[in-house]
Write a protein that binds this ligand. Sequence first.
Ligand SMILES: [Zn+2]
Length: 314
Amino acid sequence: MSINRQVTVVMYHYVRDLEHSRFPAIKGLSLERFRRQLDYIQANFTPIGVEDVLEALATPKLKLPSPSILLTFDDGYSDHFLNVFPTLDARCMRGCFFPTAQAVLEHRVLDVNKIQFVLATVPDAGLLLEQVFSSLNEFRSEYALGIKEDYLQTLTEKHRYDSRDVTVLKRLLQRELPEPVRKEIVKRLFARHVTSDEAAFACELYMSVEQIACMRRNGMHIGSHGCTHAWLNHVSPEMQAAEIDDSLAFLQRLGIGKDDWTMCYPYGGFNESLLQILRDRQCPLGFTAEARIADLDVDDRLTLPRLDTNDLPS
Ligand SMILES: [Zn+2]
């Protein structure tokens, strides 16, 4: 019989009591479904930790429990401290958490989150898209911008869970438009539709340094999710190195040493230059957003795939 070297890595984002929250339309997992999913996981898998994966990578013939599962939580939301941490702790389970440095340290709402909360407030993504296209005109004298039809034609990649309008809106505002243009448009949409008090919103949305440190003291793994949640495969190698080094400085503040961290790519985006930067810094493990089960004998340790919580029953 062959030995098991596979591990199902699951990725979570928002985990909250959606029904009783101020933004019930935010795309997330309800606390009730999270608990049901943990029931399912405990009945069908053996939960393991990052240390188990590292040990298995260091020991080629070491068997992992069959089937193994590793839980990961992206973006450093306060949901993770308030809802996930006590729930996992009560079941003696562990999780891996990947906060972004800037959101936590500077009380800034990441653009990726601003876009999500605008979409949770304005249900008609087509309307928002029209607003974005019409506001492009005022930036045309300064930046070389395409016309609506160009963008609609280029941004054809499909998303697993988003409609076409939502996908185009997200891609335009996350990476396609020049950075100053998209930042300004996102800022305006967020101030208009969600709140003008970004710092207060950020304090509610993300964990504090103390909360993250508390989870770490209680056995949770904390890793890097970059500094600003940029698409790291769409920026220069210099910017990639700065993103990684800033996030490492943040992890150091939490007492995490340079040999004790892992990488989780924002949006799952990576490329060869980024992998080289990670190898140079002795990063032992990296997580993508490619939806399949990881095999430690086949997959590169820096590009382990992860299933989405929606891929599992709950
Ligand atoms: Zn993320």
